[in-house]
Design a protein around this ligand. Sequence first.
Ligand code: IMP
Length: 380
Amino acid sequence: MQQLLKSLGDVTAVIGAQWGDEGKGKLIDLLTPHFDILARASGGANAGHTIVVQGKKHVFHLLPAGSLHEGKTIVLGSGMVIHLPTLLEEIETLKKAGIDVLPRLKISRAAHIVTEEHKERDAALEKAREGGGIGTTKRGIGPAYTDKAARHGKRMESLLGKEVPKEWKEAAELLVPCITDTVSLLHDALAEKKSILIEGAQATLLDIDHGTYPYVTSSSTTAAGALQGLGLSPRALHSCIGVAKAYCTRVGGGPFETEANEVDGNRLRERGGEYGATTGRPRRCGWLSIPDLLFACRINGFTHVNLTKLDVLDEEKEIPVLFQGGMKKLPGWKQSTAGITSFEKLPKEAQSYVKIIEGEINVPVSFIGTGPGREEMIVR
Ligand code: IMP
């Protein structure tokens, strides 16, 4: 494991390979101790990860998943859209738990601000769309990026001015010391041989350019998008870990070729706890698609893959998988893999499931999740 972590290099990105909720947070938690800086590049409070603070579950939307680890610099990059009350709430929640992130929080001057009007517009647009809409998280993401592209958005640097609108006063008082030129900060850090863990938000198939448009989010969710959002050169990236569930889920509308029938979908949802962290919505559940995974490998240049939640498939007799030539059923293993930490201890059908995927995508599946706990991961 130490050898693998060393081989990742100074700049590593963790990128969702499907439609989000692949379990990126757990991998980030595992990798965080080995990096100096945690950086989020794009998206906003549409993302959500559950963090247990002093035995209590909290859902965070803006702060990176590794923020609980003391001593790490936290960067919210230029490609992000930030809802100030949500950020203040997350800072406060951590403060109450004895963790003061403010001294190590760096927010890009160029990140955009999500307003209450953006949220209202998001909801109104969804209502006006036919056929149930996109199924957005109603966090104002689309309208905030619309205003950014139209060049009349408000950026975090607005908080630095003397005339701050009164609804932003509280945020300004707290956050002004954190607002900075994060591009220079990251480049200076690299010059000092510091390491950066880039935390991708949402996922490849939700990308505004390459996803299942119009059923996508409004930002660039790929590795290239993450580098752009942080102002890092494409040559800066050493490793890119794609995260994919051993099956597949999607929240909101849009195509889902491998979506399971109701009975199978309900079983996967209950076994996998597939309910949205941000909206609580039940996730649509289905099977792994190799063509989609290959597409994500191409777009992002994955050097490694993390296959998550393998144990959710433990009770399946046969596991449908979409290959280039069509749907095939692979044999299940019908025994528990929960908590297994060594590849050799997996039942042989589970080993072969992983190896078949690996063979198809030609990228090593170096991390395999076997349960929600931090230690429940095979690293190979
Ligand atoms: P928006 O990003 O709120 O505009 O939502 C657009 C689409 O992206 C909807 O289908 C959302 O369900 C989906 N989406 C946005 N963020 C996430 C995420 O973090 N996980 C999963 N789906 C997401």
